[in-house]
Design a protein around this ligand. Sequence first.
Ligand SMILES: Nc1ncnc2c1ncn2[C@@H]1O[C@H](COP(=O)(O)OP(=O)(O)OP(=O)(O)O)[C@@H](O)[C@H]1O
Length: 227
Amino acid sequence: MLTLTNVFYRWPGASEDCLRGLSLQINQGEWLALTGDNGAGKSTLLRLMAGLLSPGAGHITFQGIPLSEMKNQQRAAAIGVLFQEAENQIFHSQVAKEVAFGLHLQKRPAQELEQRTADALALCGLEDVALAHPLDLYIAQRRMVAVASLEALAPPLILLDEPSRDFDEHWLGIFEGWLAACRQRGTTVLAISHDAEFTHRHFPRVVRLQQGLLVNSDNPLQASSPA
Ligand SMILES: Nc1ncnc2c1ncn2[C@@H]1O[C@H](COP(=O)(O)OP(=O)(O)OP(=O)(O)O)[C@@H](O)[C@H]1O
C-alpha cells in the first residue's frame, strides 16, 4: 500500500541526514508500530509518509503512485494523520464543524455529511460536546475531535503519532473502540508509540528506527527491507 524505497531526508541547516536510505513496505490492512529513541526521526518519517515533507533522495509511493504526484485533496482522502499535538490540527470554533470539515472539502452531499459526522461524533464519545468550542474541551476530548475528523473521512491509511498519549482509562477505551472500527473496515495503520502495552495490544509488526535506518524488533541486526 505504502512503499518507501531508499529514502533520505536531511532537515534544512542540519549537518547530517536524519534518514539514511530507508526502505519499508506497509501492506494493505497491515498494522505496524514504529519505535525508536527520542530524536531518532520517527515524526520526520511520518511526515514524509503523509507527503508533508519530500525526501531528499529515494521515493515513496501510495498504491503505486508517487506521493509527490498526488494532489493535496487526493492525498488527504487516502492518508489520514493524527499528530502528536493533535490540538494543533483543529481549526474550527465548533466540534461538529471541525469533524465535518474534511467532508465539506470533499463536497459530500449534505445528508451523507450529516450522517457521517453524527456517526463519527458518537463513535468518538463526543455527542454531548458537538456544539462546544474544541478549545473548551479537556485535552483527551480535543484529541478525540481530531480522531473523529479522521473517522468521518475514513481514509484507507492512517498514521498516528503517539496516539495513546493524554488518554486516561475512559478515553483510551473510546480510542481503542475507534481502532476496532478501523480494523473492521480494513484500514491500514502505522503508529509511532513509546507505549509498549498499547503497541503489544494492537500491532503485530514492530520496526525500530535507529541511526536513520529501520531494523526489525525481532531481529535487530537485520535491516527491514521492502516485503
Ligand atoms: N522542524 C524541524 N526542523 C529542523 N530539525 C528538526 C525538525 N523537526 C525535527 N528535527 C530534527 O530531526 C531529528 C528527528 O526528530 P523527530 O522529531 O523526527 O524524532 P522522533 O523520533 O519523532 O523523536 P521523539 O520520540 O522525541 O518525538 C531531531 O534531531 C530533530 O531535532
